[in-house]
Write a protein that binds this ligand. Structure first.
Ligand code: ATP
Ligand code: MG
Length: 422
């Protein structure tokens, strides 16, 4: 016999309740984002490599180490999308939507990164995200963050969350800061991790984002970006904090300025933020985003600002309380082939009356069918044999109390309708 085929490493099948949990989060995203005037968008799961390579930056970890790149049969270089923003921006430019700004778009879907799989970190994972295009200023940033906080609240996340926030200033300010960081980390290069030594050459700001314990200790003593900000950028940041505090949008979420917060991707400026939790070990960030004013222009579009975020669905699902076992349903048990066709008819009538699950069961003895019904969480079982079918009657057993009643199917239809709405 051949060996059973394995799923690709770092992927996960979502079966039943898990798939339902993902879909519920997608529905929450839509519900919340529509309240902010955002519209749904769906872009391809693969794009030309340049869509990501050019926007995320060759030196970003995602492009350098994590992207799934392949050549298609026509010889074109393609990549599975590692994130959503670049694809949305590409689609926006392609559809020439600049005259319609401001617009906002939300998406939900699979993303792909070649990473070392662990709890809350997969190679195929899912993100829910939103991009607010064509708006700028502290209020726009605060509103995008308010949308994120509401999404997390409506998704039923009760674990304590912290909003870590920082400013990345403007490109010239970052350049000056970069020089100071290179000087600092070069002086401590012996203590840097291998990854960070590479980042020292390619993108020293990324060292601030390192997960390595030794790097983290060094980062504590690194120069602060605040010392390199212009008065204007510093004011912008203070305004974002004030808007967030004044609006009450964060609810119980703690707001914390983390001066070492940087985003993993290259295209951010001014506000950068992450919602973190202590409940997931090393994979602390559940939602991350920021402002990316240069992105659209860098992709060949007009110069238009943007701010957005993306949440990791696997991590959110881990934070959601375990859902109750099976969903309550009604089971219709057919004791023989004659009864089976009556059961189908009755089931179809009931499905017209209720949205709750109505399950048909057949092909076993009564005891076994009732056992299956209970396992599936049925509150009650309708029992039909050929005698009942001939007489036009049905027996109903309340599986919680054990009570059993018989009657004609019209009377039982009414009973079922009442039962299903209680
Ligand atoms: P991390 O620092 O954890 O690697 P990141 O900075 O690479 O995260 P982003 O690119 O900002 O992550 O993606 C936004 C969110 O998507 C993350 O906060 C996280 O919740 C989720 N995410 C990112 N990579 C993965 C992954 N490999 N598996 C599961 N979720 C992920
Ligand atoms: Mg990452």
């Amino acid at each position: 016999m051949s060996e059973p085929l394995q799923p690709p490493r770092g992927t996960k099948d979502l079966i039943g309740a898990e798939a339902r949990a993902h879909r519920a989060i997608a529905a929450t995203l839509a519900d919340v984002c529509e309240r902010y005037g955002a519209e749904p968008i769906e872009t391809p799961i693969f794009e030309q490599l340049g869509v990501f390579a050019r926007t995320l930056g060759d030196s970003s970890d995602v492009v350098a180490k994590e992207m799934y790149v392949f050549e298609d049969r026509g010889g074109d270089k393609m990549a599975l999308r590692p994130e959503g923003t670049a694809g949305v921006a590409r689609a926006f430019i392609h559809a020439s939507l600049f005259d319609t700004l401001p617009r906002a778009f939300y998406y939900f879907g699979a993303m792909f990164r070649y990473e070392r799989p662990q709890k809350g970190r997969q190679r195929q994972f899912h993100q829910a995200g939103v991009e607010f295009l064509g708006t700028t200023g502290a209020l726009a940033d605060a509103e995008a963050i308010a949308c994120a906080a509401r999404f997390l609240r409506h998704a039923g996340i009760t674990a304590p969350l912290t909003l870590e926030i920082n400013t990345l200033g403007t490109p010239p300010e970052r350049l000056a800061y970069r020089a100071a960081l290179v000087a600092y980390f070069t002086a401590h290069r012996d203590a840097l991790s291998e990854d960070s030594l590479r980042r020292l050459e390619s993108n020293p700001l990324r060292i601030l984002d390192s997960k390595d314990a030794g790097d983290k200790a060094l980062v504590c003593g690194a120069p602060a970006f605040a010392d390199f900000l212009t008065a204007e950028s510093a004011q912008y940041f203070r305004d974002v904090l004030a808007c967030l505090n004044d609006s009450g949008a964060l609810g119980t979420i703690e707001l914390r300025h983390n001066p070492h917060l940087v985003r993993g991707l290259d295209y951010y400026n001014h506000t950068a933020f992450e919602f973190t939790t202590t409940a997931l070990g090393a994979q602390a960030t559940v939602l991350a985003g920021g402002r990316y004013d240069g992105l659209l222009a860098s992709m060949g579009g007009k110069d238009a600002p943007g701010v957005g975020w993306a949440a990791g669905i696997e991590r959110l699902a881990l934070l959601q309380p375990e859902s109750a076992a099976a969903r309550p349903c009604l089971a219709l048990c057919a004791l023989d082939e004659v009864a089976a066709s009556h059961v189908l008819k009755l089931a179809e009538q009931l499905r017209g009356l209720t949205a709750k699950p109505v399950q048909t069961l057949r092909g076993a003895k009564l005891g076994k069918l009732l056992e299956k019904a209970s396992k599936r969480g049925a509150d009650a079982a309708f029992i039909l044999g050929s005698t009942e079918a001939a007489a036009g009657t049905v027996t109903v057993k309340d599986l919680r109390s054990g009570d059993q009643v018989s009657g004609d199917s019209a009377a039982l239809n009414d009973w079922a309708a009442a039962f299903l709405t209680r």
